[in-house]
Design a protein around this ligand. Structure first.
Ligand code: FES
Length: 362
């Protein structure tokens, strides 16, 4: 099938590469790459992931979908061919983006999928190649790549090509430390425009919050802001957090830093670090106990564990990743003693409300 857009062959590929080059040059000019603390393993994961996705995984899936379609439903080839580009584009993009929202959200809520997405959140620095830092299997199962093949098979190739350019522009921009949106927050009079922009597309501030290490900073929400191109799904499904600020610390709490081989090839390759979620036979340990903790806390912000897997009860240690739980942020204004729940049955978290006690008769 031809890959032409506005009469130019492979225009989408050239433009996506062009976007990467532009952001790459901006990052070099701003000194981000020069100051980068990335390890060799980080570079291999990010660059290798990009090439494997672009040259192997994506083309292979699209070719597979086209072949399956031609074999089993040949009468559907090109049935959308008469659609105008301007109808095909939103059709392709909106379905693509809602699919990716739920896939990405599921990758944070289900343990097996989290293990494939986890390398993306191990990045302690942002950069456009971070977008390509996931296990190979994460991409193979990604519904969006199959969707590219399906729409192309149905005759919407031009809509896909234009959609991919726009989507890459937003995604690469959202991962780049050049933070193009800072200008929008600098001038108060731009606020109405900023509100419109951030309520439609993913801005760097919105996405950096998703990569923040801990909710304690009041900016980060690693269990929210799941959107890829549009922020509308996060707003619709209650996971949006707009702060217009950038977290200082990115990455994961308690990161055992597995070798890139385990990160990229899991589950074919597992980690040799027993504490790693990617180790063979790793199981989260349920750490809930009946008795509450009587604790003296200094003034400050705390994260109370709600999932029951933290090994630092009653506080969160990051073990909730891969579950539907997230910690509860609470503030202690003045140093004082508290009774914090450890059974996670309380109705007034983080405090114990005696839900762990057996119901009284009469
Ligand atoms: S470890 Fe974070 S909520 Fe339980």
């Amino acid at each position: 099938m031809e890959n032409t857009l506005f009469g130019i062959e492979n225009l989408d590929t050239y433009l996506v590469l062009g976007i990467l080059v532009v952001f790459g040059v901006l990052e070099v000019m701003a000194g981000y790459l020069h100051r980068s603390q990335r390890t060799r393993s980080d570079w291999i994961q990010e660059m290798g992931g990009f090439f494997a996705l672009s040259v192997l995984i994506k083309p292979a899936i699209v070719v597979a979908v086209l072949s399956i379609g031609k074999t089993f439903i040949p009468s559907y080839i090109g049935v959308f061919g008469q659609w105008s580009l301007w109808l095909m584009l939103p059709f392709y993009l909106l379905i693509d983006d809602v699919l990716q929202y739920w896939y990405h959200r599921s990758a944070h809520e289900y343990e097996w999928l989290w293990k494939l997405h986890r390398p993306h959140h191990q990045a302690e620095e942002m950069g456009f190649f971070v977008s390509y830092r996931n296990a190979a299997l994460y991409y193979i199962l990604m519904p969006n790549i199959w969707w590219i093949g399906i729409v192309t098979f149905l005759g919407g190739g031009a809509g896909v090509a234009l959609g991919l350019i726009l989507k890459q522009l937003v995604i690469i921009g959202a991962h780049s430390p050049t933070k193009w949106d800072r200008l929008l927050y600098k001038y108060k009079w731009l606020s109405p425009i900023t509100s419109i922009v951030e309520r439609i597309i993913i801005t760097p501030a919105f996405h950096f919050a998703h990569h923040g290490k801990s909710m304690k900073d009041g900016i980060s929400d690693p269990n929210g802001n799941y959107g890829n191109m549009f922020s509308i799904w996060d707003q619709l499904f209650g996971t949006a957090k707009f702060t217009r600020r950038f977290p200082m610390e990115l990455g994961l709490v308690n990161d055992p830093k597995e070798k890139w081989t385990a990160a990229y090839f899991y589950p074919l390759v597992t980690s040799d670090k027993p504490e790693s979620e990617l180790a063979k036979g790793f199981k989260k340990q349920d750490s809930r106990i009946e008795e509450p903790s009587n604790i003296h806390l200094e003034a400050g912000q705390y994260l109370w564990c709600q999932c029951g897997y933290s090994q630092n009860q009653p506080f969160c240690d990051g073990s909730h990743h891969g579950t539907k739980s997230k910690p509860l942020l609470f503030e202690v204004k003045k140093a004082r003693s508290m009774r914090l729940c450890n059974c996670k049955k309380t109705g007034s978290g983080p405090f114990c409300d005696d839900s762990h006690l057996p119901p009284r008769n009469g």
